[in-house]
Design a protein around this ligand. Structure first.
Ligand code: ADP
Ligand code: FBP
Ligand code: MG
Length: 498
């Protein structure tokens, strides 16, 4: 098929409004590729498995809460081993790269890609690209084997190093071509998946037999479609230590205030879940829920009330919260990092100062404020047990997909089942806390903090979230993407994180 005839999106319609948003396959642009029996069939470790392979037609539903007359909606191809593979074991030359910020679990995913390729598919040619995308053309590679990665899951960070910026598509694909790489495993967040998508497009344009698999990484849990990202549970757990410390400090002083800043550039999931888990937090501020300081219903009024009631309080603030407020008071200019992400103003320091000014300096109530910023300490630790298992599944799903010839996909759980998701679906919109969902209401009722919303705001939000609008969004599959309503646990439908 000529390149300009390859559809940009592979959408299959079925009965009763069933829609499969499929991922590309090498045979879409390289005809007559030979296939081989999957070596897993002869793998002693898998001989006890009743069904080696997922059914070719299995798909995973994006929406699992449905009504009698609702459409069946969008589905994704189920991840897992296929009967036929498109690579012979000794033909595979795989590479792994990690990009963007750190996240607990990166080393576990690297380890499990290397061990999974070796132990399930007999692949031994695996290299690591150092320093993120720019490493493809600016650095040497390192050879990876099950032995060399054996213990790395016990360490934080990434043994391959990472970076922001430096994505030059043509140079990256030249390097892939020159090195004879035919499977590319790319670990990273939304920016990285965007980069992976253009790498895939260039590979397709050049007609190369190279599978590109993305593994979504983000401590902020801001990647759309998937249930949750690896490292998120670890981050929430580690945040408890900072919140505990803030609580101990606050409790031990008259009018003690403990303020903890947690990560979350645009999405307040870590702050919300850490707050709900801790039960010591009196107020949680996230980017999705604007707040104000002065006047009735404002933060200062609430702090004063809490101090009068119980003599101390704990605040958790996500780093992306209140950015407009800070920008207003500092008249700041927009700065960006090397990847084009907005550089945030430090809400923790700003808020500490504002609270001190309001209470102590203006002589209202003498307070004792302790500010804790554990952000990089949280990001740099190794993943916990449940994230380790999750990382293994992600790595295996990615390997099965690449071996089966799928390409241009991100892997991840959708309602508890691993699926292959086209790149554009995870990059076109960010996953955010929906403050009109029950999870945010749970948080408000557990902290008893003000919602900082006027009646008018609430009515407007409900209107935007009305079922009629949701149906519209779900139906416009090829264009608009509607992030699943997060009723229940604050993560998309079916997620089991809490
Ligand atoms: N639109 C894009 N096209 C190509 N590459 C991108 C794009 N956005 C980001 N990248 C690259 O992806 C890498 C990681 O992006 P970044 O935003 O820093 O982290 P994350 O992937 O965690 O969101 C960087 O090397 C950056 O240059
Ligand atoms: O200091 P850095 O490395 O730019 O990282 C800070 C950012 O990285 C994050 O932890 C995660 O962002 P990415 O997943 O997009 O890399 C954000 O919460 C935070 O704002
Ligand atoms: Mg990002």
């Amino acid at each position: 098929m000529a390149l300009d005839e390859i559809p940009r999106m592979k959408i299959v319609h079925g009965d009763a409004g069933y829609v499969l948003e499929d991922v590309p396959h090498l045979t879409d642009f390289i005809p007559d590729l030979p296939t081989y029996p999957n070596p897993l069939q002869d793998n002693p470790a898998y001989s006890v498995v009743k069904q080696y392979f997922v059914n070719q037609d299995d798909t995973v539903a994006q929406k699992i809460v449905v009504q009698k007359n609702s459409l069946r909606g969008t589905h994704f191809r189920r991840a897992g081993p296929r009967q036929k593979v498109y690579f012979e074991s000794d033909e595979v030359q795989a590479c792994i790269v990690t990009c963007g910020g750190l996240c607990p679990g990166l080393n576990t995913v690297i380890r499990e890609i290397v061990c999974g390729l070796a132990y399930m598919y007999g692949v031994t040619n695996i290299i690591g690209i150092e320093d993120g995308y720019k490493g493809f053309y600016a650095r040497n590679t390192i050879s990876l084997s099950p032995r060399s990665v054996n213990d790395i899951h016990k360490r934080g960070g990434t043994i391959l190093n990472t970076s922001r910026g430096g994505h030059v598509t043509s140079k990256i694909v030249d390097s892939i071509q020159d090195r004879g790489i035919n499977q590319v495993y790319i670990l990273g967040g939304d920016g990285t998946q965007r980069g992976a998508s253009v790498i895939f497009e260039e590979i397709q344009r050049r007609g190369l037999k190279v599978a590109v698999a993305g593994i979504p990484k983000t401590i902020d849990n801001d990647i759309a479609v998937i249930d949750k990202s690896f490292g998120f549970d670890t981050a929430v757990e580690e945040a408890q230590r900072a919140i505990n410390a803030a609580h101990v400090e606050a409790e031990s002083f008259e009018n003690g205030i403990g303020l903890v800043k947690l990560m979350g550039r645009y999405s307040g999931f870590i702050a919300m879940h850490a707050t709900l888990a801790s039960r010591d937090v009196d107020c949680c501020l996230i980017p999705e829920s604007p707040f104000y300081l002065e006047g009735p219903g404002g933060l200062f009024e609430f702090i004063e009330k809490r101090l009068k009631e119980i003599g101390h309080m704990v605040l958790v603030v996500a780093e992306g919260a209140g950015q407009e407020l800070i920008a207003e008071s500092l008249r700041s200019i927009n700065h960006q990092d090397a990847s084009g992400n907005k550089l945030l103003l430090d809400v923790g320091l700003w808020l500490s100062q504002k609270i001190k000014d309001h209470f102590t300096n203006k002589g209202k109530i003498p307070i004792n404020l302790k500010y804790i910023d554990p952000t990089y300490m949280i990001r740099a630790i190794p993943s916990n047990a449940s994230d380790n298992v999750y990382c293994t599944l992600l790595a295996h799903s990615a390997i099965h997909g690449a071996m089966a010839g799928y390409t241009g996909f991100t892997v991840g759980p959708v309602n508890g089942r691993h699926a292959y998701i086209p790149f554009h679906r995870v990059t076109e919109k960010q996953n955010k806390v929906v403050i009109t969902d029950r999870m945010w209401a749970r948080l408000l009722s557990s902290t008893n903090q003000p919602s900082f919303l006027s009646l008018k705001d609430m009515e407007q939000m409900k209107k935007e979230d009305e079922p009629a609008n949701q149906v519209l969004n779900q139906n416009s599959i090829a264009g608009d993407y509607h992030v699943e309503s997060t009723e229940g646990n604050g993560l998309p439908d079916g997620s089991t994180s809490c």
